[in-house]
Structures are given as C-alpha cells and as structure tokens.
Design a protein around this ligand. Structure first.
Ligand SMILES: C[S@@+](CC[C@H](N)C(=O)[O-])C[C@H]1O[C@@H](n2cnc3c(N)ncnc32)[C@H](O)[C@@H]1O
Length: 263
C-alpha cells in the first residue's frame, strides 16, 4: 500500500505533463484500438482500468458510442485531467479507484487497459478480478510496458548502483501471457512494439520522466533511495554514454499488445 501511495502521488502531480508528453503511451493506446477493431466486438459496457488522463477511454467512447464506458484510476490528478479531456464524451463515467480492488455490480463485456499493467501486480490477483467482472463471453485487451522500456536507464542503474535497484522490474510478455492463460483466458492476439524517443540532454530526459510521474512506486524506487549525488552521477554517466550529435539521448520503449477472451 505504501508503494500505491507513491504511485498515486507521482502520477497525480505529473498528470498534466503526462497528458502532453506521453507520446509513446498515446501510440500504444492507438495500437490497442486497432487490435480491438480486429476482434469486431460490440460491447455494451467497457471498463478502462488505470485510465490515466483518458487516451484510451476517449478512443473507446468514440469507437463504441452506444456503450457505457467507465474509467478508473488510482490518481485523483489523472482523473481530474481525464474529466476535462473527456467532457465531450457523454457515455463516459470516471472514478478514482484501485484497479486491484475495484468491483462492479454489473459485469463488463470488454475490459481494457493501456500502459498500466506493469503497475497492477500481482497478476494472478488482477486476472482473477478481471474474470470476476467480465460477462461469460467477455474480452480483455491490454497493453503493457515491457522489459526494455527505459532500458538505457535501467542498465546504468544496474552498473552504477547495483545495491539500490528498484523493488520490481518491468514484466516480460511471457509473464503476462502466463497470468492470462492461467486465469482461463484464451489469447487471441499478441504483438510487441519498440519505440524510441530522443532528448537533447540526459538532464532533459530525467526531468521529463520525473515530470510525467514515472519515478514513483516499486518500478523506480528501491528499499534505499538514490542520494542526490548518486542521481547526478547517473545523469552525467547517461549523458556521456548515450549522447550522440545526430540524435541526442535515446529513451527506448518496448510494449506488448494483447487481446484475450474468456473461455
Ligand atoms: C502510465 S499511466 C497510463 C495511463 C493510461 N492508461 C494511458 O494509456 O495513458 C499509468 C496509470 O496507472 C495508474 N495506476 C497505477 N496503479 C494503479 C492501481 N492500482 N489502480 C488504478 N490505477 C493505477 C496511475 O495512476 C497512472 O494513471
């Protein structure tokens, strides 16, 4: 729960910056929508878990104008920005809630989530909760940031401060696929995408991920925090190691797109 508070605080504070800067996550939501289109679903009720500022919620509301679309997120700041962003979507309802605890009196035909699964552990608990909320022929379609995302930064942390690593690492696609299969879902679609962003300097890169709220919770923080001096060493080493004249400092992303149905 302590880590939940850290996630919530960082994403609430970063909500507006996230909405403006999170281009890879926007693209992931679009890719997920394409995967959902291929399944030719016609849901009456859709749940967007950990909806953030509503990139995917908006796409779902437009794709399925007759559906009731509910978005929930742990961070009030995210829900605040989403409320404004989705104010012209009459079929959307938003709540501040924990995706791992959320329950609904009425089942959903489709549960979606984008760029958030990595925060929603343990997966056996999450998948059991999803199954309990889905109709018997319901679907769950999700994207997750996978190992390799911000790989340059994680590599440097391992090299420089091996005794101060984050408490959790990003999942592998197999970990998620196993969790879905074990929970009784049939995987109908899976793909993995890679993307790169470039920053003029390592300092700008670090400022951006911090501003967007990515530096909270167990994926970024360990039992012992980095000192200010250690953080500066990380930034300087990142600049020396990765800066190229042509492109700047790279930030890699790797995400999976999955669609599964109840069986
Ligand atoms: C990287 S953002 C992705 C937001 C959005 N789905 C998108 O596609 O842009 C991750 C989101 O997960 C939310 N989150 C993390 N843990 C959560 C939990 N246990 N329950 C609900 N939301 C959670 C955060 O508040 C944050 O808004």
């Amino acid at each position: 729960m302590a880590s939940n508070r850290s996630i919530e605080r960082h994403f609430s504070r970063g909500a507006q910056a996230y909405h403006e800067l999170a281009l890879v996550q926007r693209a992931a939501a679009e890719k997920l929508a394409e995967a959902i289109d291929q399944q030719q679903l016609a849901p009456a009720r859709v749940l967007d878990l950990a909806c953030g500022t509503g990139f995917l919620t908006r796409i779902m509301a437009n794709r399925f104008p007759d559906a009731h679309v509910i978005g929930i997120d742990l961070s009030p700041g995210m829900v605040h920005v989403a409320t404004e962003f989705l104010s012209d979507c009459p079929n959307v309802e938003l709540h501040v809630d924990d995706a791992l605890q959320y329950q609904s009196p009425e089942p959903f035909d489709l549960i979606v989530s984008s760029s958030s699964l990595q925060w929603l552990r343990p997966y056996d608990h999450l998948m059991a909760n999803l199954k309990a909320m889905l109709t018997p022929d319901g679907w769950t379609c999700m994207t997750a940031m996978l190992q390799g995302t911000l790989g340059e930064l994680h590599q440097l942390r391992r090299e420089l401060f091996a005794d101060k690593l984050p408490s959790q690492s990003l999942p592998l696609a197999d970990e998620l696929l196993h969790a879905m299969t074990n929970a009784g879902f049939a995987i109908e679609h899976q793909e993995v995408h890679e993307a790169m962003e470039y920053y003029a300097t390592a300092r700008e890169f670090f400022a951006s991920i911090r501003a967007q709220g990515f530096t909270g919770g167990p994926l970024s923080q360990g039992a012992q925090p980095l000192t200010r001096g250690e953080l500066l060493t990380l930034i300087e080493t990142c600049q020396q190691r990765y800066l190229t004249d042509a492109w700047g400092v790279p930030a890699s992303y790797c995400y999976g797109v999955f669609a599964a149905r109840q069986q």
